[in-house]
Write a protein that binds this ligand. Structure first.
Ligand SMILES: [Cu+2]
Length: 113
């Protein structure tokens, strides 16, 4: 019985340590650029991004994270993901029919724990 009590106590402490750090960013896609074009978080952070487009539709795409979110012209979209992969990733706009999208790039840096 004593051993069981210790096990539960340590399991609860572990759960508290793993509560995710929440990070929030607003990224504006306008004039063929993302602002800011660099986002830095730590591994396992829960990242909330609001993508706001200017007058044209825009998307926020990160292949390694399988993220592809689109905001219609003049509107915003909000999404969350857990930054579980450490490294440096390019985010870009994948709307091939919009002019200038090939130039829209930024960097997500996920610092390893
Ligand atoms: Cu675009």
């Amino acid at each position: 019985m004593i051993a069981t009590g210790i096990f539960i106590a340590s399991a609860m402490a572990g759960a508290q340590e793993q509560a995710p750090n929440r990070r929030e960013f607003t990224i504006v896609a306008k004039d063929r650029a993302f602002t800011p074009n660099k986002v830095e978080v730590s591994q396992d952070d829960l990242v909330k991004i609001t993508l706001t487009s200017g007058d044209r539709p825009a998307s926020f795409t990160i292949d390694a994270y399988r993220i592809a979110k689109r905001a219609a012209g003049g509107l915003s979209t909000t999404f969350e993901f857990r930054a579980d992969q450490a490294g440096t990733f390019t985010f870009y706009c994948n709307l091939t029919k919009e002019p200038g999208c090939a130039d829209m790039k930024g960097t997500l840096v996920v610092k390893a724990k």
